[in-house]
Write a protein that binds this ligand. Structure first.
Ligand code: ADP
Ligand code: ZN
Length: 752
């Protein structure tokens, strides 16, 4: 008889089960076990031994779930690292790392019977039969080209792809045809094309395959060589390349080398970028090898992807958001983190609160893989590692081709108001530049970091503002729906017409969001075609693509949006970018506010003038001499970083310390207050003045629960192992104490 340690998706240590050798179970396999009296779970076999444990009444492993192990030894070591670093159990790592359907559980065995790995399929498109010959197509195109240029272009592309790929029946993969869903549907309804679902073509893995790679500029070539050189020395490379410098081109060359050698590449991208041109380019070049992974995938696609990669033969390119770090990489070669400074890499709302960028660096070590972190505005954490020589700093400081960085213009809002040079939310200076672009037939982007019409409304008579009863934040007005909405939990009410408090009809709209900007800019320029890109207009991937596509193809003149439009886009026609209110970026209470404001504004600015013409960025602010604004004008990342690092050092903030944030939650305010005071006291007994709080969380009440925070600041250089141990003791003490009953406690290591 054998004995297996099995990790279950619970906040529990691994449990021992007996294992019948005949089952052929190996370490890393997913297995079915019974746990508790009436529930079956999927578990991961962590280790196997023949050493009989003391406890005799062991339950048996019932069966193996998949034909291949889900975790290779190097992935096990990674999970162990996550559990230790982020202070959680392996079970919690499992809960997060494996998609729901890949780890079935249920009351009966039937409920979780083995899922076979369905072959991935995809849509194929062909021209309708009578248009497949060269002559009929040419005749059709010449007849319709003037009236329907987009339609004929798409058809032409399908025909060209079929020739290029030698597709005898004329069918080509849908994903290679650059057209949105509505466009394809229209062609189909006109019987111009037909579509079919087919199994995805098996990929002929030719190790000597030639990819069609972009020709690098001299500066890019040099940067590429420096990255390769860093890797040869076993160092992480920090690629600091300004927007438009062509970091993507360097990644592409690095990816090609790994794939050609039969190794896997993981490229992490921020959540928002997943639908962008970047993916299309990668899929085009690395056709058939690219797997994308993001939050809009269906549950079955997620587990299919995981299971397929668990048995893949090497040479895979995985492009994904944060959660992709947990996908199997059987032949690890390279890990790229694009826009490594992006806050979406940090999991902030579930345990373990990992940072995928930091995990990538650990993966490099554990997987023996190369790592590149890329950004136009690196995080200060990565930057200081580069300064100290822990990472290799590689700089790419010029834009590709003729493109020059945009001119940054600071527009003083207070002065504009004083001189009567402000129309609603726009300074005259910004309007001049908008007009100049519009007259020249060029495009404009307006950035406002808030969606909705107005962040709150307020009664002019009594000062009352409607708030969310569950979260205690003001409700945002949305004109399109006529409702007031909570941006934390989604609670909403119809917009009141009179003050619910004093019943006067004097409710004023305060502040402004993208919806209001859209309305007002349209009123100022009735001729201009205005669109809006934010969380409300891009609820689906297709809606998002439609808006982006219309802007790209010049059907929209002015695009108003939130930070969704800061990343991963390459809009050629934009010559004016307006940042409507820099003040609310600068005044956030977070210690990272300065860094974030700089990063965000640099990213937005990077959308201007990416091709030939020099773009302009107009930043409206009432603090024109704020150091961050001055550094933006000079596009001086180094100066921003130096000033900010000095500030952080003075106050002992990261990267000069680690912040560990404990959050306690409970429905009852007094219970929470007592528990959090005791918890802070216990921590203080071990950590002294490194403990801050408890204080109410920034959003004190969320979904009906009160929330308190305690922050522990561990100076860099102090032993994290020791800190972890002491924290473990305090956590343990809460378990038996009735004052912590039903109080939910979570830990955020490297909190922001
Ligand atoms: P970044 O990601 O650094 O902001 P991109 O990789 O998006 O920059 O490149 C900016 C633009 O320049 C893109 O339109 C890209 O196609 C183009 N570009 C950059 N380098 C090259 C190259 N070597 N060959 C062709 N086009 C390039
Ligand atoms: Zn709410």
């Amino acid at each position: 008889m054998l004995y297996a340690q099995v990790v279950l998706p619970l906040a529990q240590p691994a449990y021992t089960f007996s294992l019948d050798e005949a089952l052929g179970v190996n370490v890393g396999d997913a297995v079915v076990v019974q746990f508790g009296s009436s529930r079956y779970y999927t578990g991961i076999v962590w280790s196997i031994s023949d050493h009989e444990p003391e406890f005799k009444r062991l339950k048996p492993i019932i069966k193996r779930l998949y034909t291949t192990p889900l975790l290779q030894p190097h992935a096990q070591r990674l999970w162990e690292w996550v559990a230790e670093y982020y202070m959680c159990s392996l079970g919690e790592v499992m809960r997060l790392a494996l998609p729901t359907l890949a780890k079935p559980s249920g009351k009966t065995l039937d409920a979780l019977d083995q899922r076979t790995i369905a072959a991935p399929s995809e849509t194929y498109i062909a021209l309708s039969e009578e248009l497949r010959s060269e002559e009929t197509l040419a005749a059709y195109v010449s007849r319709h080209e003037r009236r329907a240029p987009r339609r004929t272009a798409t058809m032409d592309r399908i025909a060209a792809l079929a020739i290029e790929r030698g597709a005898k029946d004329g069918f080509v993969p849908r994903r290679l045809v650059d057209a949105d869903v509505a466009h394809i549907a229209a062609l189909r309804s006109k019987h111009l094309i037909t579509t079919e679902t087919r199994p995805r073509e098996p990929i002929a893995r030719d190790c000597h395959e030639q990819f069609l790679l972009p020709q690098l500029s001299t500066a890019q070539q040099r940067a590429l060589e420096e990255v390769v050189c860093a890797h040869d020395e076993g160092l992480v490379a920090l690629l600091h390349g300004i927007t438009g410098s062509g970091k993507t081109e360097i990644y592409i060359h690095l990816i090609a080398r790994e794939l050609a050698a039969g190794r896997d590449v993981m490229m992490l991208v921020p959540e928002i970028v997943i639908t962008s041109q970047l993916i299309e380019r990668l899929e085009y070049i690395f056709e058939g090898r690219t797997t994308t992974y993001h939050s809009r995938l269906t549950p079955s696609r997620r587990s299919q992807t995981l299971l397929r990669l668990a048995s893949a033969e090497g040479g895979e390119l995985i492009v994904g958001v944060r959660s992709a770090v947990f996908l199997p990489m059987r032949h690890p070669g390279l890990i790229i983190v694009d826009e490594e400074h992006d806050p979406s890499y940090k999991q902030s709302d579930a345990q373990p609160r990992y940072n995928a960028r930091d995990m990538a660096v650990s993966m490099g070590r554990i997987y023996k893989a190369r790592v590149v972190l890329g950004s136009a505005t690196p995080s200060l954490e990565s930057y200081i590692n580069a300064l100290s020589g822990k990472y290799r700093y590689v700089s790419l400081a010029e834009r590709w081709g003729d493109a020059v960085p945009p001119e940054v213009i600071i527009s003083d809002t207070l002065r504009a108001v004083k001189r009567g040079e402000r129309k609603i939310h726009f300074n005259a200076e910004l309007l001049q530049h908008i007009e100049r672009s519009l007259t020249a037939g060029e495009q404009v982007i307006l950035f406002q970091n808030r969606r909705g019409y107005a962040p709150y409304i307020q009664c002019r008579t009594c000062g009352y503002s409607p708030r969310c009863p569950h979260c205690n934040v003001t409700l945002t007005e949305h004109r399109s729906s006529g409702r007031m909405e909570c941006h934390y939990c989604g609670y909403s009410i119809p917009r009141p017409t009179m003050c619910p408090n004093c019943e006067t009809q004097d409710l004023a709209t305060m502040g402004f969001g993208t919806e209001k900007v859209e309305e007002e800019i349209q009123r100022l320029y009735p001729e201009a075609r205005v669109a809006r890109l934010d969380g409300d207009t891009s609820t689906s991937e297709s809606a998002f693509r439609r808006i982006v596509h219309r802007f790209e193809s010049g059907d929209t003149d002015i695009l108003v949006g939130t930070q969704i439009l800061t990343k991963g886009f390459d809009f050629g026609g934009v010559t004016t970018v307006g940042i409507l209110n820099a003040d609310n970026l600068l005044s956030s209470p977070d210690f990272r506010a300065t860094e974030r404001a700089f990063q965000l504004m640099m990213q937005v600015a990077g959308r201007a003038g990416r091709r030939n013409d020099r773009g302009r960025v107009v930043i409206q602010t009432s603090q024109p001499s704020h150091p961050v604004i001055r550094n933006l004008v000079a596009a001086d990342y180094q100066a921003m970083a130096a000033a900010e690092l000095a500030e952080r050092e003075k106050f002992g903030y990261p990267p000069y310390s680690r912040l560990i944030r404990f959050m306690l939650r409970h429905k009852n305010f007094d219970t929470l207050r007592i528990a959090s005071n005791i918890f802070a006291l216990w921590l203080r007994q071990k950590f002294g003045s490194r403990v801050m709080g408890p204080v109410s969380a920034a959003v004190e009440m969320l979904r009906g629960e009160h929330r308190a925070e305690i922050v522990l600041k561990i100076e860099s250089g102090a032993s994290m192992a020791r800190a972890r141990q002491l924290i473990g003791e305090v956590m343990e003490a809460t378990k038996g104490d009735s004052k912590f009953k039903n109080v939910i406690l979570s830990i955020d290591v490297d909190a922001s």
